[in-house]
Design a protein around this ligand. Structure first.
Ligand code: NAD
Ligand code: MG
Length: 394
């Protein structure tokens, strides 16, 4: 039996992970579940999966949760609170695998803690990797942790890599990666309408059901920009070796182009239980709950080059990785702040990219070779972006 800790259990990826885990009760024991504020969902999960630990990050909500658990049939669950508790449960000795499914920079420290303690890290939280880059990959290499990608594209790429491939390695047999993207809800929206699209329109993704932040990122295509950086780090590739391909049907989840001209693609329904089950079961396969792909219903697949004018966030992501140092951290932090402001109705959709671009212009590139430098740059970019947003208002 493998012990599993799910960071961000109440989110879209967390829920899908528990769905897969519950199909294999003989293989997994849920050791720890964490939530930020959604104690109702966490309580239901505790009743169903009976973890050893439950973490409620929000200290204002933990007391009520504690009382509910005490009065329930799972009263023996240990309850922790605060951000440090996330690191603690990620490093527990009886945890073998950690699902890193917190959204945004909040996931960095606990995901790093899992990597440092040599766990199998199932990485959904792409922001943590983008912001800490080489430091994260070094931590994994030094501790002997196993890093398995959950992002559907990176999981697809990983599945198409040569036998015995490990993340972080550079395979000389691979010429290019073809990173697919649906293009999101605004792929064909007239450009003149983009400034006025609403948060509700932006989070309505045509193919995937996801958390709000990543849904907005998909609408701006910053998600693909972050994923391009994620792919450079996970597969040790250069930005110019990654070709973004718009594939609106989301059936191919990415491809690997080999030096002999072979292109391997991984296909399947757009259901995150597939990459989650793949990473959990590796190197074998088991039931994920996802239905079989109906290839006749798919009928056709289209491929287009990305439009950098429509999606300036893509250009900004390339600029950030090419500038190096703290710039990917700045890109990520500015994006988190801008997306939050957009969801709160304080910023127009098209101003998300403007805020990020101005923030990147305002902060000079510096090395990112310590965690302290990275956390500093993250904080600086957050306050610069907040300031820029108030200036845009006026
Ligand atoms: P979500 O918003 O549905 O869930 C986020 C989870 O993180 C929740 O459990 C929440 O309690 C927790 N959380 C939020 N803020 C926190 C904080 N400050 N401290 C501690 N916990 C916090 O998000 P999601 O869609 O499940 O995405 C999670 C991660 O997985 C993101 O990094 C996203 O980019 C990545 N991802 C998601 C999908 C998908 O299909 N949803 C696909 C690929 C990658
Ligand atoms: Mg993805």
């Amino acid at each position: 039996m493998k012990g599993i800790c799910i960071l961000g259990a109440t989110g879209s990826i967390g829920v899908s992970t528990l769905d897969v885990v519950a199909r294999h009760p003989d293989l997994y024991r849920v050791v720890a579940l964490t939530a930020n504020t959604n104690t109702d969902a966490l309580f239901e999960q505790c009743l169903e999966h009976h973890p050893e630990y439950a973490v409620v990050v929000d200290e204002k909500r933990v007391q009520g949760f504690r009382e509910k658990i005490k009065a329930s049939i799972v009263a023996d669950i240990k309850i922790l609170s605060g951000v440090k508790a996330l690191e603690q449960v990620a490093a527990l000795p009886n945890v073998d695998s950690v699902m890193a499914a917190i959204v945004g920079a909040a996931g960095l420290m606990p995901t790093l803690a899992a990597a440092k303690s040599g766990k199998t890290v199932l990485l959904a939280n792409k922001e943590a990797l983008v912001m800490s880059g080489d430091i994260f990959m070094q931590t994994v290499a030094e501790s002997g942790a196993q890093l398995l990608p959950i992002d559907s594209e990176h999981n697809a790429i990983f599945q198409c890599m040569p036998a015995a491939y490990k993340t972080g390695m550079r395979s000389q047999q691979v010429r290019r990666i073809l990173l697919t993207a649906s293009g999101g809800p605004f792929r064909t929206t007239p450009l003149a309408e983009l400034p006025n699209v609403t948060p509700a329109q932006a989070v309505a993704h045509p193919n995937w059901d996801m958390g709000k932040k990543i849904s907005v990122d998909s609408a701006t295509m910053m998600n693909k920009g972050l994923e391009m950086i994620e792919a450079c780090l996970l597969f040790s590739m250069k930005p110019e070796q990654i070709q973004i391909v718009i594939h609106p049907q989301s059936v191919i989840h990415s491809m690997v182009d080999y030096v002999d001209g072979t292109v391997l693609a991984q296909m399947g329904n757009p259901d995150m239980r597939i990459p989650i089950a793949h990473a959990l079961a590796a190197p074998v396969r088991f039931e994920s709950g996802a239905g079989p792909l109906d290839i006749f219903k798919v009928a056709r697949m289209d491929f287009e080059a990305p439009d950098f004018q429509r999606f300036p966030c893509l250009r900004l992501a390339y600029e950030a990785i090419n500038a190096g140092g703290i710039m990917p951290t700045v890109l990520n932090a500015a994006n988190e702040i801008a997306v939050e402001a957009f969801l709160d109705g304080q910023l127009r959709f098209t101003d998300i990219a403007r805020v990020i671009e101005r923030c990147m212009d305002a902060i000079a590139v510096r090395p990112a070779n310590t965690l302290e430098f990275i956390l500093d740059a993250d904080q600086q970019a957050r306050s610069v972006s907040k300031q820029l947003i108030t200036e845009l208002d006026g």
